[in-house]
Design a protein around this ligand. Structure first.
Ligand SMILES: Nc1ncnc2c1ncn2[C@@H]1O[C@H](COP(=O)(O)OP(=O)(O)O)[C@@H](O)[C@H]1O
Ligand SMILES: [Mg+2]
Length: 390
């Protein structure tokens, strides 16, 4: 491995030594100083988002803006205005004029993630700005100029989208001047265990607890699994096991409980966006779980502080055990009220004290958290999941 490759991995926290990954990174570094458009392809969760960042960081544009846009997450009605800006009064609600990303990022780089999701009308505008650097704000007839490098990514089969008339062929060739294909995790078997250890140790450091370790059987299961959700899925599994399992020694049987049965092990083809959404939602739920744990610790600290003010005693040390706050060894997250029974039960009629006020605040926070987790509004969940996936 060259020094440069080593340092780019260090800098971006990219783990793995698979030849196909190294090649992809080398192409990114070689093409970075040029002005060429790059199209990054690969299944969901393979790590496509590192590539535009590497390209920007190794280009002469590195001191200018880098803007990442998830084309699949912006509603069709507003995407033109997001990308190219709008004039005041150009549509209902346009109370002010606004710069778009292509204007903001002048001199810099724009990453168009899930570019296959762009509506056809936006594809026309994009092609124009790529070819001539010209664009117009929505509701304006004034042609403006910008100098933006575009890196796009897709997990869709763009050729199929072209055949079905959903994606412009001319735009495809314009974006795909330099293709970078990021290999699926199952084709980087040697990296799987390395990545698992990294994610398990990140959780251990973050929550100050010992890292989980895999026995030989578990390692074999991990390495032969299909990983349809790739590294995103592996990361979720490592985080789930670390948070939920009380034992730090993971056997094959334990591990299997966290691996959905992938049935026929067919390679993924076509549109993976529903899998992407599933993975992101699961990821989001675990993030919420971890955040709730932090909130609870904060509340505990507040309680301890308030109590010590009322009744001076030595402050209790704050506990950092994730395990104790999670439902016992259930692979799927459950958010049951009785997990918080300790806080919830109390019907004593007393005078209202500072403690009561705090208790009420805690209950309200917990109620909000549990409702948010139990009935996730599907649309907003996927939207925020996308931003969390960043
Ligand atoms: N080689 C890698 N080393 C460390 N983390 C990785 C690697 N590849 C992907 N990840 C992590 O996996 C998750 C998914 O990566 P992402 O770039 O969002 O995937 P994609 O855009 O291809 O769906 C992110 O949390 C990312 O940091
Ligand atoms: Mg992505």
């Amino acid at each position: 491995m060259t020094n440069e490759l080593f340092s780019v991995k260090q800098r971006f926290g990219i783990i793995g030594n698979a030849e196909a990954l190294n090649n992809a990174l080398e192409v990114a570094m070689r093409v970075a100083p040029t002005e060429l458009s790059v199209l990054v392809t690969g299944e969901s969760g393979v790590g496509k988002e590192f590539f535009p960042q590497v390209i920007h960081a190794y280009s002469a544009r590195k001191h200018n803006k880098y803007i990442a846009v998830n084309c699949g997450a912006i509603p069709e009605g507003t995407i033109d205005s997001e990308l190219f800006g709008h004039e005041k009064g150009s549509f209902t609600g346009a109370i002010d004029s606004r710069k778009g990303y292509f204007e903001e990022a002048d001199g810099g780089t724009i990453f168009l993630d899930e570019v296959g999701e762009l509506p056809l009308s936006t594809q026309v505008r994009l092609l124009r700005v790529l070819q001539t650097g010209e664009f117009m704000r929505v509701g304006s007839a004034k042609v403006q100029k910008t100098n933006v490098r575009v890196v796009a990514a897709t997990n869709n089969d763009l050729m199929k989208a072209i055949a079905e008339g959903r994606f412009r062929e001319d735009l495809y060739y314009r974006l795909n001047t330099v293709p970078i294909a990021v290999p699926p995790l199952r084709e980087r078997k040697g990296d799987i265990y390395l990545l698992f250890r990294k994610f398990a140790s990140d959780v251990a450091v973050q929550y100050r607890m010992p890292a989980v370790t895999l026995d030989e059987g578990a390692r074999a299961v991990l390495e032969s699994y299909h990983w349809r959700g790739n590294i995103r899925q592996l990361k979720n599994v490592a985080e789930q096991i670390s948070a939920i399992e009380e034992s730090r020694n993971i056997t094959a049987d334990i591990l299997r409980r966290y691996l959905p049965n992938e049935g026929s092990h067919q390679p993924m083809t076509g549109n993976y966006s529903s899998l992407y959404d599933d993975m992101s939602e699961r990821e989001l739920l675990y993030k919420i779980l971890f955040d709730m744990r932090n909130d609870i610790n904060d509340l505990k600290r507040m309680m301890t502080a308030a109590m010590s003010r009322v009744q001076p005693t030595e402050a209790e040390p704050v506990r950092h055990d994730v395990v104790g706050l999670l439902p016992p060894s259930a692979p799927q997250p459950r958010y049951e009220e009785n997990a918080f029974a300790e806080v919830v039960e109390d019907d004593d009629e007393r005078e209202i004290t500072k403690e009561d006020v705090q208790r009420e605040q805690i209950l309200r926070a917990l109620r909000n958290n549990t409702t948010a987790v139990r009935r996730p509004p599907k649309s907003s969940l996927s939207r925020s999941a996308r931003s969390i996936a960043r």
